[in-house]
Write a protein that binds this ligand. Structure first.
Ligand code: ZN
Length: 680
């Protein structure tokens, strides 16, 4: 069985050409996009911005004079979603002239590439642009394929490569990406002009050809030959996440990491646990502690995963907070020492990145990606899963010997790599886990949208699976939908388990789910009243209590927010069975604020009124309006400011409370002003 499938079809290639029209350069670019995407769709070839592709063509300048142009992947684009604007065009002749230089700083190289762009607003061409430029082939493809990373890190990679390929592949010794690597690779190629590609030791693979198909076929064939040599015949399983039976220690780890990160002004981390069978069996290896310190499979992984993995044995994990704290502190001490060993040797001053791990291996628990938001944690975990396979297969076939510490440091603190991480300030809720009950309803969806827009990772709970799916689609990856009835006895603990298993803990609970029960107090049955209490009080209390327990374990504060309703303070005709439990919930809010305050956990609520929702639906509005002799519009804007209150206004109140760091035991009305319901 071959590991990597060849997805080329003539029909799709023809369709790309047809869409491109008659311009030769546009047709070249269309095929370049086509095979780039084919490569990008296989994570065993490239992942998360890794790898790059190019095509050489000819275009006219403003004076109509034809010149050679290199279209190369731009930074910020991934191959799987590449489009033509993601392949900026650069005039080739000035890039060739640079080769005469003995040295060229990274900044000068980037500037020279930008200065020769055809479109001055295009993204930065890849840092591997010159390597593509100096190879003469029309199509050039570069990957960090899993099998090639096994080969590239073998101690005797040269002889293994020769055994597999004979003289079809030439070998380039490790040099950090940039000008010197481009020159060295060109020299190796020119000494072996018959080759189909290059093995870059400790880094990856290049293949090239006269046509898009030839180069793509070579990428696939070469990779499968290496895979076969190492007995790899299946795709690397990625992103298998199973909710662990006792995820509470994940919350402790998250809290410990949050403690450290908060002292250096970093947000809470998101943890992304992977625990499929391959991960679990890898963690049983007797050499696991050694493998954790061995380094990364390809140099550009280091900014995502750091060189060293935090290894936690079962004993440390079971030891609880003190033991986990010590393991993290030891890791940080080693990281600082590594920084101090190498930073003084660098040409320019370096600023240490957060010294906490980006990857952890926990015996019998799994591999954990750690990041400032769900996407960053997922990238670390994906690369972590690829890396463990590379380590396992490599170590079992001669050895896994990646670049050493000094080369790692050069890469981790390379200005061009640091730029990839971005310097923009994190959004307000980046790294925060927010659970919303009743998420598929009007208010719950608005609250979920608001927190997601602020960078939070959402755990959305509702009984309506279809509504959850729609919301999850709208918000994109990095959130979790859970179909649960909040009135079930074990719903709250199941929700906390799921949140901890998926993200490592919880920072905010928005306990929002509710329904109205109507009737006059002397008429309503105890049964109906009890049902209202189950939803409008006990569900709030169960979720609030379970969230509090989880937050106490995490020991990083947190906040519980209740959707109370103005009915709690201002009775309405026929609304007693709804108002009674809501009034109790408002008391609960104050009681919990009192009890949890010393642990830094804030408890607040929102009193909304007349918001279109599952409770206040069209029929309800019509009947209320007609009983008061007003129009539906007048009824809905029957408040001091004469404006209808919408779900988004309620969401804003929850978000404002979440950000109000010194506010607790507070209830914020969102009713457009209502003197009868005004709080003291
Ligand atoms: Zn590369």
């Amino acid at each position: 069985m071959t590991m990597i499938k060849n997805h080329w079809t003539d029909a799709k290639a023809e369709a790309c050409l047809a869409a491109a029209g008659s311009d030769e350069a546009d047709r070249d670019l269309a095929l370049r996009v086509y095979t780039s995407r084919l490569i990008g769709q296989d994570p065993d070839l490239v992942m998360h911005g890794g790898g790059n592709t190019s095509v050489k063509t000819r275009r006219p300048d403003l004076f109509g004079e034809m010149g050679d142009v290199l279209h190369i992947k731009g930074s910020g684009w991934d191959l799987d979603t590449l489009e033509a604007p993601g392949l900026p065009g650069v005039w080739l002749a000035p890039l060739h002239r640079l080769r005469d230089l003995d040295s060229l700083s990274d900044e000068d190289m980037v500037n020279a590439q930008r200065r020769n762009l055809l479109d001055s607003s295009a993204p930065n061409p890849s840092v591997e642009t010159l390597l593509h430029a100096y190879l003469p082939h029309k199509f050039v493809d570069h990957t960090h394929a899993t099998p090639f990373l096994v080969l590239a890190n073998q101690p005797d990679a040269d002889s293994v490569c020769e055994e597999i390929f004979g003289d079809r592949l030439a070998i380039v010794d490790y040099i950090m990406p940039g000008f010197q690597l481009a020159k060295a690779a060109a020299e190796v190629y020119e000494a072996n002009p018959h080759v189909e590609g290059l093995l870059l030791r400790n880094h990856g693979h290049f293949a090239f050809g006269d046509t898009a198909k030839e180069s793509y076929d070579r990428i696939i064939n070469h990779t499968n030959l290496v895979a076969r040599h190492f007995g790899m015949d299946t795709a690397t399983p990625l992103a298998i996440r199973r909710t662990p039976s006792h995820p509470d220690r994940l919350a402790i780890l998250r809290g410990v990491l949050g403690d450290v990160q908060s002292t250096v002004d970093y947000p809470m981390p998101i943890l992304d646990l992977r625990n499929g069978p391959d991960v679990m069996s890898f963690l049983q290896r007797p050499d696991i502690a050694d493998l954790a310190t061995r380094g990364v499979a390809s140099p550009d992984h280091v900014i995502r995963t750091k060189s060293e993995v935090l290894w936690l044995s079962q004993q440390v994990w079971n030891g609880g907070r003190a033991d986990i704290q010590k393991a993290v502190a030891d890791y940080i001490e080693r990281y600082r020492a590594y920084f101090d060993r190498h930073a003084p040797l660098a040409a320019a001053a370096k600023t240490m990145v957060t010294p906490t791990p980006n990857l952890a291996w926990v015996e019998n628990i799994g591999l954990i990606g750690i990041g400032g938001d769900a996407a960053t944690a997922a990238i670390a975990a994906d690369l972590g899963e690829q890396n463990i396979r590379v380590r396992r297969v490599g170590e079992d076939h001669g050895g896994f010997m990646p670049i050493g510490e000094a080369d790692n440091f050069a890469m981790e603190y390379w200005s061009l790599e640091q730029a990839k991480l971005g310097k923009k300030t994190a959004p307000a809720f980046a790294g925060r886990v927010v659970m919303v009950t009743g998420a598929a309803g009007e208010i719950g969806a608005a609250v979920s949208r608001g927190f997601a827009a602020g960078g939070a990772s959402l755990v959305m709970i509702d009984v309506d699976q279809e509504g959850l799916d729609m919301l999850a689609d709208e918000l994109g990856p990095g959130h979790l939908g859970l179909c649960l009835d909040v009135m079930e006895a074990d719903a709250a603990s199941a929700a906390m388990r799921a949140a901890t298993g998926r993200f490592g803990g919880l920072d905010y609970l928005v306990s929002n789910a509710g329904f109205a029960v109507m009737g006059e107090m002397h008429e309503v049955s105890n049964e109906a009243l009890r049902r209202s209490f189950e939803m409008n009080f006990f569900a709030h209390r169960n979720f609030g209590a379970a969230a509090a327990k989880l937050m106490l374990q995490q020991d990083r504060g947190g906040q519980i927010l209740f959707n109370v309703s103005k009915i709690a303070v201002n009775p309405g005709q026929n609304f007693g069975p709804y108002g009674l439990p809501k009034a109790t919930t408002m008391y609960l809010l104050r009681q919990m604020a009192l009890e949890l305050g010393p642990s830094g956990i804030r408890v607040n609520g929102v009193n909304a009124d007349r918001v279109r929702s599952g409770i206040v639906d069209e029929d309800f509005i019509r009947s209320r309006a007609s009983s008061r002799g007003v129009t539906a519009k007048q009824y809905m804007s029957g408040n001091l400011i004469r404006r209808e209150v919408e779900a988004r206004h309620v969401a804003e109140a929850f978000i404002t409370l979440a950000r109000s760091e010194r506010t607790s035991a507070h209830v914020m009305p969102v009713d457009g002003g209502n003197i009868e319901a005004a709080l003291r």
